[in-house]
Each structure stands twice: as structure tokens, then as C-alpha cells.
Design a protein around this ligand. Structure first.
Ligand code: GLU
Length: 302
């Protein structure tokens, strides 16, 4: 049974400690917190610190400090993905036993060459759709050393099409094989890929509702595919509008997002609230949040 139907709500905010919160990430944090509170549920913070080379020492504490200044406190001590190695290895072993994964020996250049040879021009988000070169039925590694581990996006030769519902975006569908291709679960540098870690942890933490930025919506079909392959329930999804930078792209460190100034948390919350169409009175953080929960409940909770 989908746990969201059982009346128990567990939501989460899952920042990567690669930089401080900015206006865009506060919006995702606030939306997930409001949804949890509007449902009378729990809200957990998960520190997604798997990509060690990109993580900045002490940034986890800084993010938690920024959240706390805005009145957003995790209902349990934060879970650190860097402590979850064994869980990811077990999930990978389970997928392997069920025949969902295979080792891949391709470099980026190998993938480019294979795509060029096939006359394929389908680039997506400037990324390559993996052409399946190392699938066992196509000869496997063929003598190359294994680099990464990939998840199949076709089952018994049939492409997996994932149809799903987003609470804000409505009916969504993706032919994962055609639009993404077999995707990496363990990277060539030995690190666990975001897709695997997020699914294993959402499952282990009993997350019933995922509320996050719309830029991540495109990952959802891959995550649903993994949930199904691992026998995990699929949470309800709501992808929020993004805060855009001056170049019209998602606000990020790259296009000039400044760290959230939490000396005036009320101003930061009001700005995030505007993007969520929440205007509410409140002279303190606590008052503002209480008003925002009521507005959110009317907007998003039946
Ligand atoms: N760690 C991801 C990020 O900071 C978010 C993951 C998620 O919410 O699923 O973009």
C-alpha cells in the first residue's frame, strides 16, 4: 500500500552541502516544511553529502543554522548519506540479483563515439542518452574494465514508460529508455549516484511525500523505476516553481545566487512565500509560518 494513503505523513528536505542555502533552496525547504505541517506530519532533513569532492566542510551545519533561523527544524537528527554506504551496497546487490543492473566500461568518449556512429543526435539537457553498448545481451564489457554500474531502462526488451502524477504539474509520463537511457547507479569514481541514494533513503526513512524544486521533476521517473525494482512504495510528489536567476535559468551558485541572509529571516520567508503565492501577515517568524501553513493547507491539502 502506498503509505501516503495510511494517514501517516513523513516529508523531507534534502540539501547537498555544496554551498549555503540561497533563495531557491529556501523555497524548497519552506514548501516541504509547510506541506508536512499542513498535513500534521513529520519533516526530516537529510544531508546529501555523497559527492565528497563537491561538498564543503561545515556547510551542513551552516545550512541547518540557516533553516533554524527561519524556524525550520528537523523532527529528527539529520540523516547523512555519507553514513549509508552499506544500505546502498545492499540495494545494488538486490538489483543485481533481480537482473536490473550491469557493469559498464564506457568512457564519455566511448558513449559519444557510439552515439555518433549510430547517427544519434538526441542530446537531452546537454546529456547523452546511453546507447546500451555494455548491456550483457549486446556482448557486455567485451574485454573493457568495468567503470560504472548501470540500471536497465528496458525490461525483457520492452522500454519502461513511467506514468506518474505530480500534485502541481499533473499527469506526467516519460519513456525512460528513450529519454534518459540506462542510467548510472555507481559512478566510475566509485561514488553512489544520486538516483540510487535518494530512492534507498526515501524508502528507509518512510518518506510518504516528496516536495522539491521543479528542476528535479525529470528525475522522478528514474526514481519510480528504482522504487518498483526494489519493492519500495512510491511517495506522492509535488514539484515547486523555481526561483530564476537573472539569466532565466534556475537560481544557483553559478548564476549568482547569493547566500541566504538570515539576519532578517522574515524577509527571506516573505520572498520565498511570494514565489509560492503565499502572502500572509505575521510580525515574527513563528506568526508568519503559522499563517503560511493555513494558506498552504487551502492550496494543496484537500
Ligand atoms: N540533494 C538534492 C539537491 O540538493 C535534492 C534531492 C531531492 O530533493 O530529491 O538538489
Amino acid at each position: 500500500m502506498n503509505r501516503s494513503l495510511s494517514g501517516r505523513y513523513i516529508g523531507r528536505f534534502a540539501p547537498s552541502p555544496t554551498g549555503p542555502l540561497h533563495a531557491g533552496s529556501l523555497l524548497a525547504a519552506l514548501a516541504s516544511w509547510l506541506d508536512a505541517r499542513a498535513h500534521g506530519g513529520r519533516w526530516l532533513v537529510r544531508i546529501e553529502d555523497l559527492d565528497a569532492p563537491r561538498c564543503i566542510t561545515g556547510m551542513d551545519a551552516e545550512i541547518l543554522r540557516q533553516l533554524a533561523a527561519c524556524g525550520l527544524h528537523s523532527d529528527a537528527p539529520p540523516l547523512y548519506q555519507s553514513s549509508r554506504d552499506r544500505a546502498y551496497a545492499e540495494a545494488l546487490a538486490q538489483l543485481d540479483t533481480a537482473g536490473w543492473v550491469y557493469p559498464c566500461g564506457c568512457t564519455r568518449k566511448d558513449v559519444d563515439d557510439a552515439l555518433a556512429a549510430a547517427g544519434a543526435t538526441h542530446e537531452r539537457h546537454r546529456e547523452r542518452v546511453y546507447p546500451g553498448t555494455c548491456r550483457p545481451e549486446r556482448g557486455g564489457l567485451a574485454g573493457k574494465p568495468a567503470r560504472s554500474i548501470r540500471m536497465r531502462t528496458a525490461c525483457d526488451g520492452q522500454p519502461v514508460v513511467i506514468a506518474w502524477h505530480d500534485r502541481r504539474l499533473g499527469a506526467m509520463t516519460q519513456d525512460v529508455a528513450r529519454e534518459v537511457g540506462d542510467f548510472v547507479l555507481r559512478r566510475a569514481d566509485g561514488l553512489w549516484a544520486y538516483q540510487l541514494a535518494v530512492v534507498v533513503d526515501d524508502g528507509w526513512q518512510g518518506i510518504t511525500h516528496v516536495v522539491r524544486g521543479e528542476d528535479l521533476a525529470d528525475n522522478t521517473p528514474r526514481q519510480i523505476l528504482l522504487q518498483r525494482a526494489l519493492g519500495l512504495p512510491t511517495p506522492a510528489y509535488l514539484h515547486t516553481p523555481l526561483v530564476l536567476g537573472p539569466d532565466g535559468e534556475k537560481l544557483s551558485k553559478q548564476n549568482g545566487a547569493t547566500p541566504l541572509d538570515v539576519r532578517d529571516p522574515l524577509a527571506a520567508l516573505r520572498t520565498a512565500g511570494m514565489a509560492l503565492r503565499i502572502a500572509t501577515a505575521g510580525r515574527t517568524v513563528g506568526e508568519w509560518l503559522a499563517g503560511a501553513v493555513a494558506v498552504w493547507r487551502d492550496q494543496w491539502v484537500a
